[in-house]
Design a protein around this ligand. Structure first.
Ligand SMILES: C[S@@+](CC[C@H](N)C(=O)[O-])C[C@H]1O[C@@H](n2cnc3c(N)ncnc32)[C@H](O)[C@@H]1O
Length: 276
C-alpha cells in the first residue's frame, strides 16, 4: 500500500526542515532521500511522482541532521579517494585532505610491486590501509588502533574490499603491538590540542581520534621517537597546519635534511615525509 507521499513533496518538505540548520539543505535533502530509496540522482530527477515508503525513518534522519549530526554517520557511508566506505560513530569521518597523504606515500614509496611492509598507526575506518593495499598489490599492512570500535569498523571495510589476507588489525597504542621490522610507517594521528574549542558537529566524532594531548603534537613526537629508535626508514604523517615549526625543532639537524612537508588544498602545511 502506498504511503501517499510523493518524491517531489518529500524533497520540498525535508529541504524546508533542514534550511534553518544547514547550508546545503536542498542538496542534503536529495542525498538523504537517495540513500533512503537506494536510488541514484537520475532516478530521483525522473521519478518525482513516485511514492516514498517508510517515511518515519527518513524524517528521523532529518531530525538527526538538524541537530548537526554529520550526514556520513546518518547514512553510514563516506567517500574517500573515489571509493565508498562504511562509516559509523566509533571512527573518525575521513577528511578530503587525507587523500594527499596517500599521494605523498605514492611519491615516496619504492615501486608499486615491492613486497613492502607498511604499518599504519591509528587506522580508524581503514581508509588509508585499504588504499595502500589497492595501490601496492604485494604489500602487507599491519594497522593499529587504540579503539576497538574503530577496529570493528575497519574490519567491515577491509572485508568489503577483500583485503583480509593483506591487512592485519591489531589493538594497542602506537607501535607497542608491532614486533616486526617496518619498511614504511604511516599515520594520521590525533593532533588537535586538548583545550581547543571545536565546532558542534565534531562532538559526534570519537574524541580520541581528534585530540593529541595538551599541545596537540604529542603523538606525532612519540612516533618520531619510535622511528629513530627502531630504524624505520620512511614515515609519512598528517599534522596540524601550525605544527611545522614544532616538528622541525624536535628533530636534529642531521635528520632535518631528510624532512619534506606537504600542503593541503587550502595551502596550509598538512603533513610531512621523513626518510632516514
Ligand atoms: C585522526 S584519526 C585517523 C583515522 C583514519 N586513519 C583516517 O585517516 O581517517 C586517529 C586515529 O588514531 C587512533 N589513536 C589515538 N591514539 C592512539 C594511540 N595512542 N595508538 C594508536 N591509535 C591511536 C584513534 O582511535 C583514531 O582512530
Amino acid at each position: 500500500m502506498s504511503s501517499g507521499y510523493l518524491v517531489k513533496d518529500v524533497l520540498k518538505e525535508i529541504t524546508t526542515a533542514l534550511e534553518p540548520f544547514i547550508e546545503r539543505a536542498s542538496r542534503e535533502a536529495q542525498l538523504l532521500l537517495m540513500y533512503h530509496l537506494s536510488v541514484d540522482e537520475l532516478w530521483l530527477l525522473t521519478n518525482q511522482n513516485s511514492s516514498v515508503e517508510n517515511i518515519e525513518k527518513l524524517f528521523e534522519w532529518v531530525k538527526r541532521r538538524t541537530k548537526n549530526e554529520p550526514l556520513e554517520y546518518i547514512t553510514k557511508r563516506v567517500s574517500f579517494y573515489s571509493e565508498e566506505f562504511y562509516i559509523a560513530k566509533g571512527a573518525l569521518i575521513p577528511r578530503p585532505e587525507t587523500e594527499l597523504l596517500i599521494d605523498e606515500v605514492l611519491k615516496n614509496a619504492p615501486n608499486r610491486d615491492s613486497e613492502i611492509r607498511f604499518v599504519e598507526v591509528g587506522v580508524g575506518s581503514g581508509i588509508i590501509s585499504i588504499m595502500l593495499a589497492k595501490f601496492f598489490p604485494r604489500a602487507k599492512i599491519i594497522a593499529v588502533d587504540i579503539s576497538q570500535d574503530a577496529l570493528n569498523i575497519a574490519k567491515i571495510n577491509i572485508e568489503k574490499f577483500g583485503f583480509e589476507n593483506r591487512i592485519e588489525l591489531r589493538l594497542g597504542s602506537l607501535l607497542e603491538p608491532i614486533h616486526e621490522h617496518i619498511d614504511y610507517l604511516i599515520s594520521n594521528p590525533p593532533y588537535i590540542a586538548d583545550d581547543e574549542k571545536l565546532e558542534s558537529n565534531l562532538s559526534y566524532e570519537p574524541q580520541n581520534a581528534l585530540f593529541g594531548g595538551e599541545i596537540g603534537d604529542e603523538i606525532i613526537k612519540k612516533l618520531l621517537d619510535e622511528l629513530l629508535s627502531r630504524n624505520i626508514n620512511l614515515f609519512t604523517c598528517e599534522m596540524g597546519y601550525d605544527q611545522k615549526d614544532k616538528i622541525q625543532n624536535y628533530l636534529s639537524d642531521k635528520t632535518l635534511k631528510n624532512l619534506d612537508f606537504y600542503k593541503d588544498f587550502s595551502g596550509f602545511d598538512r603533513g610531512f615525509t621523513l626518510r632516514l
